[in-house]
Design a protein around this ligand. Structure first.
Ligand code: PRP
Ligand code: URA
Ligand code: MG
Length: 226
């Protein structure tokens, strides 16, 4: 697996970008803190995904766009068509949506509702989907804060691949090494796939939660308390 710190060179296998920036470190620390309320948690998720978007869209396809500035004509660039599509994995992925659409306002948005079966954490229940039937030729950006066992990300990517997606960028906030390996071992090699994260943690506990992690991202985003 090629691990890029910041914007290093990708070597082979799955591409993993781990952001390395003091602003990200600071915001991640506040995000993780159990004393941080949901309102602040939501703001930080949004800020972190905006910082990640810069790295995650490094391969975004652009085409020539002739314009005239107030001074002279020139040929600039614009995002290519068909437009990229952002796919939040509900619930927690929804918390990353406005940060992503702020950076790519012209992107389409699809939706995928997937809930991990806590009895069998690598299984998911897909309870909602609003996606185009055909994703061929579309650059897809899956957003979901947590990459724990990797089951959800693999299932979501398969879902997009079944609709023709061949270019998928997953944007997560925190990943576990186990999940990164599971994804690397199970993503269809014919898919141009990369993962961007703010940090890779120690591992998973016996409930497949990321350690030290930040708890249940969906619960923290939406004020669900035990
Ligand atoms: O890598 P995995 O082991 O699949 O775990 C990661 C998934 O678990 C969490 O979602 P959850 O299923 O708790 O649903 P929620 O987003 O509605 O909270 C998280 O938002 C990811 O989607
Ligand atoms: O730590 C974890 C693992 C899975 N899902 C979460 O929301 N948090
Ligand atoms: Mg989820």
């Amino acid at each position: 697996m090629a691990v890029r710190q910041g914007s290093g060179a990708m070597l082979g296998g799955m591409e993993l970008h781990v952001l390395n920036h003091p602003l990200v470190e600071h915001k991640l620390t506040v995000l993780r803190d159990k004393n941080t309320p949901s309102s602040t948690f939501r703001e930080l998720v949004s800020e972190l995904v905006s910082l990640e978007a810069y790295e995650a869209t490094r391969n975004l396809a652009v085409v020539d766009k002739p314009i005239e500035t107030p001074v002279a004509p020139m040929v600039g660039k614009q995002i290519a068509k068909p437009r990229p599509i952002i796919v939040p994995v509900l619930r927690a992925g929804l918390g990353m949506l406005d940060g992503m659409t702020r950076m790519m306002p012209s992107a389409e948005v699809g939706f995928l509702g997937m809930k991990r079966d806590e009895e069998h954490p690598t299984q998911q229940i897909t309870y909602a989907n609003r996606l185009p039937d055909d994703l061929s030729g579309r650059q897809c950006f899956l957003i979901d804060p947590m990459l724990a066992t990797g089951g959800t990300l693999v299932a979501a990517t398969h879902y997009l691949a079944e609709k023709g997606a061949k270019d998928v960028t997953a944007i997560c906030i925190i990943a576990a090494p186990e999940g990164i390996k599971f994804v690397e071992d199970n993503i269809d090699p014919s898919i141009d796939f990369r993962v961007v994260v703010c940090g890779v943690d120690e591992g998973l506990n016996d409930r497949s939660y990321i350690v030290p992690g930040l708890g249940d991202a969906g619960d923290r985003l939406y004020g669900v308390v035990d």
